[in-house]
Structure formats: structure tokens, C-alpha cells
Design a protein around this ligand. Structure first.
Ligand code: ZN
Ligand code: ZN
Length: 391
């Protein structure tokens, strides 16, 4: 198999991985670059994928974050797209809310479940469910011609579902030849990672101290929403808007049968009729940075309000940042943990899998860091568009 990282060898987000076998050409993820004030995004054109002379058998998406799926609309419509079942429903709901004009293209996505074996000519792709800040995220095992690659997508093991990661890999990802791993945290200084359940405990304390709590977090960071939902004290309302409730409904439909983490029996949709009871009882409300929520929030005494910022700190950096304006009207606090594996976890995964040929770091601003961590396998450093032959 020939592996080409079209983008993402030295940046977080927008990663595109091509895997070519004797008979098939497939891609893993095709997302948008994250906004970066210092570096304008570079347009990308992939022959046979975004052009009319189609030469691509499938594009697989590991999960529905924009930096992995955001360029779907540029893919030639005749190319089959693959995404997890719940992940597709959530993404469709989000795109409807954003008034996307590409809903028909999205509807065509073929869905899969964990452990399905998907054959694309002489390639077999097997999705493994992983813990990440997007619900229904996957790693992929890609097999062809007796060789085996594991592509991690984005993952972590400090979330609610993370405990099973190493065990799952030791059972289902044996005899890996090549590991393609995300390395988001390689560029960050080594720090102890707050687990999602420790975050839940901190949330519990904050929610019991303040009467009106607004949580600013991504509408699709489901495990985070579950953490706040479970942390909300008895008697206090848990409130969101209709769009957010639709997203939670999808998660409940797919996930509630496995764990009570995804049961949201007492989630209320905000309406002006609720204001008097919300004032009396107190609440935890999921909000986003927009004028609709700003207006809702103004109805409550600021002295009794707390805003919890539960997203990546990086979004607060940079000029012309209306997020900061949104927060600065209130007493606010940051409570967040990363959706990405710590350096220690990346080391552990490499050590466990011990890929025979080596490991290619992607989705990282500092992949070279992997050479400094003591990993047992050969580290293969690629540049964007560079190929590596696995034979
Ligand atoms: Zn990502
Ligand atoms: Zn992600």
C-alpha cells in the first residue's frame, strides 16, 4: 500500500490521508483547516477526488468535526462517502441548522457501525469506536495485500469511554504494520490531563454554588454535555435550545440503550414562558456565542450568574474576538479538558501496538516531538503530499 498525507503532517486540522492499494484508492478524512490568523488557509485540489476525472473509490470520515469532514462538498458526488451512523445524523442536524446548501450530498453518505468490515475492491476497512470530543468517532484498520494499517483519527482515553481503549486495541488491532496517529498534544507542554469525570466533579461544585449557570460549549461535544447534565443538582433546570435538544435526541436514540450517560430525560427547551420558574429554581443552560443567547442571558441578575467556558482556550486568543466580549459581560470561569490523547497515551498506544514498520504522526504542529518521546517504533516523518510505500 502507498500512503500519502496530502495535508496535516505539520498542522492540527485539515488532515487528508490517501491509501492506495494495487486496485483501490481511498481517503481518510477531508476536513477544513482550523482558522489561523498567522497562516492563511491554502486551497487544496486533489486530482481524481475534487476533479471530474474521478479516480477514487471511497472517502472515510473518522468523525464529524469540521477539520475532518468539512470539505465533503468539494468531493465529486459520484465518490462514496462513509461515516458513523449517529455521526451522520448529528452532522446533518448541524448542517441544517447552519442552512447548508449541500444537504443532498450529505444524505448520500453511507453509514457504518463499529466492527463492520467494509470492502473497497482489495482493501478492507474496519472501524473501531473510540473516545473523543465528538460522539461516534472511529479509528480505522485498513488491510490489503497482507498488510495492516491503523489510522487513529482523533482519540483520547481520559473521557468516559476511554478506559477501554488499550484493551480494545490489544484485542482488535494486533499485528499492525503501520500506525498513523494523531499527535495534537505533541506541540503542547506536558501537563497532567483532567479526566472528563474529574471535570464533572468540578462542574458539580460550581453548579451548586451559583444559581444561574450558563455553559458555553460545542453543541456536538456530547460527553461534555453529559458531564454537565449529570452534575446538575436535583431541582435545578437543565435547559437548551431546540437545535441542541435535537442533537441530544439523536444521541439518546443511539446511545441510551448502552449507558445512562446518554439519557437526557430532564432536558428542557428554553422558552420565555419558563423564565419565572427558571428564576425561582435556578438552572444550568447550554449556550452558544450568538445574539439569541445573549438576549436570553440578560434576563437574569448578573450577580447570580456564572458562565462556564468549556471549550479550547485557543478560541479565546487573537484579535477581533467576539467570544471574549460575550464572556466579559459576566463572571466566567474556564473548565475544559482536551479531546485528544495525552503524550503519555500516544506513547502507550505505540508501545502496545508496536507497529512492525513504524509510526507516522499527523494532526500535529510538532510531530518531531515523537522522536524525543521514547517510543519503541521507528518514527516516519513525512511532509505534506509526500508518500510512503508499505511493502
Ligand atoms: Zn481533529
Ligand atoms: Zn476531532
Amino acid at each position: 500500500m502507498k500512503i500519502t498525507i496530502h495535508r496535516g503532517t505539520h498542522q492540527i486540522g485539515g488532515t487528508i490521508t490517501e491509501i492506495q492499494s494495487e486496485k483501490a484508492r481511498i481517503f481518510i478524512d477531508m476536513g477544513e483547516e482550523l482558522p489561523n490568523e498567522d497562516k492563511p488557509s491554502s486551497p487544496i485540489e486533489i486530482e481524481g477526488v475534487m476533479t471530474s476525472n474521478v479516480n477514487c473509490d471511497a472517502v472515510f470520515f473518522t468523525h464529524n468535526h469540521g477539520d475532518h469532514i468539512g470539505m465533503f462538498s468539494r468531493i465529486n458526488k459520484s465518490i462514496p462517502l462513509y461515516l458513523g451512523e449517529a455521526s451522520k445524523e448529528i452532522y446533518l442536524t448541524l448542517q441544517k441548522y447552519l442552512k447548508s446548501t449541500h444537504l443532498n450530498h450529505l444524505e448520500q453518505i453511507i453509514t457504518f457501525k463499529a466492527m463492520d468490515k467494509i470492502s473497497i475492491k482489495d482493501i478492507t476497512v474496519t472501524p473501531l469506536l473510540v473516545d473523543h470530543s465528538a460522539y461516534d468517532a472511529y479509528m480505522f484498520i485498513i488491510e490489503s495485500d497482507g498488510k495492516k494499517i491503523l489510522h487513529t483519527g482523533d482519540f483520547r482515553n481520559h473521557g468516559f469511554k476511554g478506559k477501554g481503549l488499550l484493551k480494545m486495541l490489544s484485542v482488535y488491532a494486533k499485528d499492525i504494520d503501520l500506525l498513523i496517529t494523531e499527535g495534537t498534544t505533541l506541540s503542547r507542554s506536558y501537563q497532567t490531563v483532567l479526566s472528563e469525570s474529574e471535570l464533572k466533579n468540578k462542574a458539580e461544585k460550581l453548579l451548586s454554588e451559583k444559581k444561574y449557570v450558563f455553559v458555553l460549549c460545542s453543541s456536538t461535544n456530547i460527553d461534555r454535555i453529559s458531564a454537565f447534565y449529570q452534575a446538575n443538582p436535583h431541582g435545578k433546570y437543565f435547559v437548551c435550545d431546540e437545535y441542541q435538544k435535537d442533537i441530544l435526541g439523536i444521541v439518546e436514540k443511539h446511545g441510551a440503550k448502552y449507558t445512562d450517560l446518554y439519557q437526557y430525560k430532564n432536558v428542557h427547551i428554553y422558552s420565555s414562558k419558563l423564565v419565572s420558574i427558571l428564576k425561582a429554581q435556578g438552572f444550568c443552560m447550554l449556550v452558544r456565542n450568538n445574539p439569541k443567547f445573549a438576549k436570553i442571558m440578560k434576563q437574569f441578575d448578573p450577580a447570580e450568574c456564572l458562565v462556564i467556558y468549556s471549550m479550547w482556550q485557543g478560541y479565546l486568543e487573537g484579535k477581533n474576538n467576539d467570544l471574549k466580549d460575550f464572556l466579559n459581560d459576566y463572571q466566567w470561569i474556564s473548565l475544559h479538558t482536551s479531546g485528544h490523547a495525552s503524550q503519555e497515551t500516544i506513547q502507550e498506544v505505540i508501545g502496545l501496538l508496536n507497529p512492525k514498520v513504524g509510526v507516522i504522526p499527523i494532526h500535529s504542529e510538532n510531530p518531531e516531538m515523537l522522536n524525543h518521546l521514547r517510543v519503541s517504533s521507528r518514527v516516519i516523518m513525512l511532509q505534506d503530499k509526500e508518500s510512503f510505500e508499505l511493502d
